[in-house]
Write a protein that binds this ligand. Structure first.
Ligand SMILES: C[S@@+](CC[C@H](N)C(=O)[O-])C[C@H]1O[C@@H](n2cnc3c(N)ncnc32)[C@H](O)[C@@H]1O
Length: 224
């Protein structure tokens, strides 16, 4: 199987990781030691660069887990409001506890439920409010077979010049090297991720950048 990153190269890159602060450093350590899924350090670096350049006011995240990336967004963007969605009860209690633990958690609107249902509810709320509640940045880090459906629903909630960042597009290398037992177990995700990437590449009104850092990111910008 293909290694998305040579382990030596990955260790080297990790050694350059500078946490935003002590809170996030200790949260990353404890989540990693407990095997909780969270963004890789390279992914965090790329997101921080984008947050710094874009300075989003409203951020939407699909896939909260224990809340590490949502807290990263809140800490890096002190004026932003963050909406984050997760459906897994095994994750949501921990995320809520972490959002209570840090002051930045007060700017995080945590929605529990399936992302597709919550996105429909957010669209209804936006229509009913009459205010501009559109998002400047969306981070998709949830079910890997559903990126196309997530993207379509998020698009309707986005500002004209929003960015949508999709994590794990390389699926640990299986997207490219899809032979073998492990890859076969992930064939549905591989098929749908390929279709999603082909779809975004086919649209003339999107600027798409694929990055191989971390587990691969697609950075999509609307050209509305
Ligand atoms: C990789 S983890 C998210 C990690 C998090 N972004 C971080 O870096 O701290 C993916 C999360 O997506 C959630 N998830 C998967 N499919 C979902 C869906 N359809 N709706 C809501 N949440 C979903 C899972 O429960 C899991 O907690």
């Amino acid at each position: 199987m293909i290694e998305v990153r040579d382990p030596q190269l990955r260790d080297f890159m990790d050694s350059w990781h500078k946490p935003v602060d002590d809170d996030l450093a200790s949260l990353r350590r404890s989540e990693e030691s407990e095997g909780v899924p969270l963004i890789l350090t390279e992914t965090e670096s790329m997101l921080r660069l984008l947050l710094d350049m874009k300075k989003p006011r409203r951020i939407l995240e699909l896939g909260t887990a224990h809340g590490y990336s949502a807290l990263l967004f809140a800490k890096c963007c002190p004026d932003a409001l963050i909406t984050t969605i997760d459906r897994n009860p095994g994750m949501t209690d921990f995320a809520e506890a972490n959002f209570r633990r840090f002051s930045e958690g007060s700017r995080i609107d945590f929605r529990k439920g399936d992302a597709l249902d919550v996105l429909s509810a957010l669209a209804d709320e936006t229509a009913a409010s009459g205010e501009d509640l559109r998002y400047d940045l969306v981070f998709i880090d949830a079910g890997k077979s559903h990126y196309r459906e997530f993207f379509d629903k998020c698009e309707a909630l986005c500002a004209d010049d929003a960015f949508v960042v999709c994590d794990n597009i390389l699926l640990k290398g299986w997207l490219v090297e899809c032979e073998g037992k492990e890859a076969k177990r992930h064939r549905t995700s591989i098929k749908y991720m390929r279709q999603f990437l082909e779809y975004i590449e086919s649209r003339d009104d999107l600027d798409v950048t694929l990055l191989s850092g971390g587990d691969g990111l697609a950075v999509i910008r609307f050209r509305k």
